[in-house]
Write a protein that binds this ligand. Structure first.
Ligand SMILES: Cc1cc2nc3c(=O)[nH]c(=O)nc-3n(C[C@H](O)[C@H](O)[C@H](O)COP(=O)(O)O)c2cc1C
Length: 472
């Protein structure tokens, strides 16, 4: 009805309506609705204020129409059936769901089922005369607080990374200025393919959030590995964290960056140098910081761990990739470098698989990797307020960690003994010593053996109290 009204207006009025709608981040149709509502209930409606780009609308009101809104894009993978459960999991959290299906998705589940579960028709067609008379794909892209892509097929992510817009799903994704949460689901080999990795890295760089994939059994017989879509409840929890981020907590409003896991330094396309880091300690810190209300970005080397809830996870391989992602995440308030970054990489990594020859082993030359901790600690424009490094040592723990604290220019070092006897690398427990600067001296606080989750909670509590004191 509102669109018919708009059509009958003169051009000048239409132009000013379009401007007003654009400023508020709404469709013209929604702007007209807002004006009508304002006219009907002048006391009840606040003046329009446009949402910042890529920020969810946080406005909460009492009526059902003001529930947070999700546009769920269902891609064409076997996990599409789980998207139907996701609709219910979102709705039970008081989230309004509107579904969009790709053509391939309709081979797995029907728009009728999705529409019935969502209580609203499911959109499938870019050239739909019913919804496109007022550029409906733009409306679908904007009249939402969050877009979820689940399952995100390898194909859909490739199109997103390239900016394609040749169907309704991709046109919405290209036209939106709302946050996007992607839940990939595919065969482990598709997920491990360099093309997929490239697309995922590009999307993460573009600000897209990811949940999963998890590892486990595939639908195909005898197939298992990383590629299973996250469970609907996990996706719903992550969506809720994005739609209703914790406003309270000791680290509310703080941007924290954490690195975790090992790095892989290629020898050739199939071999690499790595270390035994599991990423568990860094992931636990990320989870704890998110629970404390922080806005957390976790930059992770290759690990076999699920994404912590409410955390933006960016996956990288090498030390140089990790540094690039860390620098892209600046400015931040707090940086915690828990990753076991390789000190060296192969200078002459092979473009092709290096073959055995009669002349013996190929000489592998090592070259130093960039020092992420030192680079950020000494950053000229964007040094975080608090920079914390980790020291993983197998001997002279405190002595080596003290020298690292002085050399790198960071504020604290979390030192842990990673000799095989300690069981720390890959294990669930940790014994840490916190080294801090005490004027010209270094103070050492030795904590008892704890689970990695307990270490994370204690570290986050210490950070919160330090930041609180610095800011008071
Ligand atoms: C039985 C079957 C299952 C499939 N499962 C997946 C899957 O889980 N993940 C995936 O990325 N592609 C899967 N595909 C391939 C996609 O359906 C195909 O790439 C399609 O073009 C994706 O279209 P969309 O991205 O527009 O939804 C599957 C194909 C078939 C025939």
């Amino acid at each position: 009805m509102a669109s018919l009204t708009v059509r009958k207006l003169d051009e000048a009025l239409k132009a000013s309506l379009r401007l007003r709608a654009a400023k508020a981040g709404r469709s013209v149709e929604d702007e007209v609705r807002m004006i009508l509502r304002e006219a009907a209930e002048p006391q009840a409606v606040k003046p329009p204020s446009g949402p910042a780009r890529n920020q969810p609308h946080r406005a909460r009101a009492s009526s059902a129409t003001d529930l947070p809104r999700v546009t769920l894009i269902i891609g064409g993978g076997i996990a599409a059936y789980k998207a139907l459960d996701l609709i219910r999991r979102l709705k039970e959290r008081d989230i309004h769901v509107r579904c969009v299906m790709t053509r391939a998705a309709q081979q797995f589940v029907t728009p009728l089922t999705a529409g019935a579960l969502a209580d609203e028709r499911c959109y499938t067609d870019l050239f739909d005369a019913q919804s496109e008379f007022d550029a409906g794909h733009i409306r679908l892209a904007r009249d939402t607080d969050l877009i979820i892509v689940a399952p995100a097929t390898a194909d859909l992510m490739a199109k997103m990374a390239q900016g394609h817009a040749d169907d309704l799903a991709t046109a919405i994704l290209l036209a939106t200025n709302r946050p996007v949460l992607v839940a990939p689901a595919m065969n482990p080999l598709m997920w491990a393919n360099v093309a997929t990795k490239r697309n995922v890295a590009q999307l993460a760089h573009d600000g897209v959030s990811f949940i999963g994939p998890n590892s486990g059994e595939m639908a195909e017989a005898n197939e298992a590995g990383v590629g299973r879509m996250s469970e609907p409840t996990e996706i719903a929890v992550a969506a809720e964290a994005m739609l209703r981020p914790p406003q309270t907590g000791p680290l509310a409003g703080k941007k924290i960056l954490i690195t975790a896991g090992p790095t892989h330094e290629p020898i050739d396309p199939v071999r690499y140098i790595a270390n035994r880091s599991s990423g568990k300690q860094g992931y636990a810190i990320a989870a704890s910081a998110a629970e404390a209300g922080a806005d957390v970005t976790l930059i992770s080397g290759p690990v076999d761990l699920d994404d912590p809830t409410g955390v933006r996870v960016i996956r990288v391989e090498s030390a140089r990739d990790m540094l690039a992602q860390v620098e892209a995440a600046l400015p931040i308030d707090i940086a915690i470098f828990a990753a076991a970054v390789a000190d060296w990489r192969i200078a002459n990594a092979g473009e092709q698989k290096i073959k055995k020859t009669a002349s013996g082993m190929p000489p592998l030359q090592l070259v130093e990797n960039p020092d992420i901790l030192a680079t950020i600690s000494k950053h000229q424009q964007n040094r975080p307020q608090l920079v914390i490094g980790f020291a993983a040592e197998t001997q002279n723990l405190i002595e080596n960690a003290t020298s690292k604290l002085k050399r790198k220019g960071c504020d604290w070092i979390v030192a842990n003994d990673v000799s095989p006897a300690s069981g720390v690398m890959g294990g669930d427990r940790n014994t840490v010593h916190i080294l801090t600067r005490d004027n010209a001296e270094v103070a050492v606080d030795s904590w008892p053996v704890m689970t990695k989750e307990e270490v994370a909670d204690a570290l986050v509590a210490k950070i919160a109290s330090t930041i609180g004191q610095q800011n008071s």
